[in-house]
Design a protein around this ligand. Structure first.
Ligand code: SF4
Ligand code: SF4
Length: 331
């Protein structure tokens, strides 16, 4: 649907909802809608990113299709939300599956060449089992992972800034720490997802998010041990990086597969599962000859994941968080 038509359709449906107000208690979309007598594009964009697509309002709606009003907020808000992702993230073009697959193969090849050039130990059992720097030295590893990470952070930062200026305006409100505390609490509890017609979706989503958080803890702890305390990997099985990474990896696999089971899969979901599974394999196989190839596959998965993450569904976490913050400031 052309963009203008999409916003007109969303405006039409939400105007009916604003007269009806039957769904007022279902989620934060409805109180936020009631605050508005006119609906500009920025209002519709904000409301779309507050919606968690739970479907409760549609199930309850007496004006849903086949009624002539054809009110279907989850569908129209989802379309607007997806348009938001394309609009605010630069470049607007989303890499397809084939391009992602080719990028993964090219990165694997480049990493293998670098390993052969620098260490020549890709298919050799490491002298110190599990030492990644016997496969690829620290500096090339840092550049390989650091460059796409900086790219993703830059794209996310710019998109978040543009989004916030459109839906809210004042940048100083981004510094309201107490409101942010409320926003983060609501986000980590997925509080706005409580109404959900798909059983288990919220639980699996939480497991996936917490697993991702634990993997971030693992990476941060490893960086601290290495750069501050001078302790280089491999780390013992009973250490913060290994325990948090293992629990986080298992949680990501369980959460990702669970969401696929309850909601159907997406490329992004599978990428997260592959990332977690390859990370777990590097731990399980770190004393075998398979450690080198598995490590390079995992690093390649990390490189490609960071490179394309602003164009995946992951971006919803940024926009939704900003919309929840805007909603908290309003209310
Ligand atoms: S979704 Fe239907 S029932 Fe709910 S507020 Fe809108 S028109 Fe009313
Ligand atoms: S689908 Fe759920 S989250 Fe979205 S507007 Fe309806 S009740 Fe709210």
């Amino acid at each position: 649907m052309p963009l203008d038509d999409l916003f007109d359709e969303a405006r039409r449906q939400l105007t009916i909802c604003n007269s009806c107000r039957y769904c007022a208690g279902y989620c934060p979309v409805w109180p936020a809608l009631e605050l508005r007598t006119t609906l500009e594009r920025r209002d519709i964009t904000h409301l779309a990113n507050l919606c968690h697509d739970c479907g409760d309002c549609l199930s309850a709606c007496m004006y849903a299709p086949p009624h002539e009003f054809a009110v279907d907020p989850p569908s129209v808000l989802t379309e607007v939300r997806e348009e938001t992702y394309r609009h605010y993230v630069w470049p607007h073009r989303t890499p397809g599956r084939r391009a992602t697959g080719v990028a993964f193969a090219v990165v694997c090849l480049l990493l293998a060449l670098m390993s052969w050039q620098f260490t020549g130990r890709l298919f050799v059992v490491a002298d110190t089992p599990g030492d990644p720097y016997e496969i690829l030295p620290h500096t090339p590893m840092l550049i390989a992972v650091g460059a796409p990470s900086l790219w993703a952070a830059g794209v996310f930062g710019w998109a978040a800034l543009r989004y916030w200026r459109d839906i809210h305006g004042s940048l100083t409100d981004l510094l309201r720490v107490r409101v942010w505390l409320t926003t983060f609490t609501q986000a980590v509890q997925l509080r706005h997802m409580t109404g959900c017609e798909v059983p288990g979706r919220r639980g699996f989503h939480m497991v996936l998010v917490y697993g991702f958080g634990l993997c971030a803890v693992s990476t941060t702890a490893a960086a601290y041990l290495q750069n501050t305390l001078g302790e280089h990997p491999p780390y013992p099985y009973l250490s913060v990086p290994v325990i948090s990474g293992s629990v986080g990896g298992i949680a990501m696999i369980v959460g990702g597969c669970g969401l696929w089971w309850r909601r159907g899969g997406s490329g992004f979901l599978w990428a997260l599962v592959v990332l977690a599974a390859s990370g777990m394999l590097t731990l399980l196989l770190r004393e075998t000859v398979a450690f080198g190839p598995i490590l390079l596959l995992h690093v390649a998965a990390v490189v490609v994941a960071f490179g394309i993450v602003p164009y995946t569904k992951f971006v919803h976490s940024i926009f939704r968080m900003l919309s929840i913050h805007h909603d908290n400031l309003e209310s």
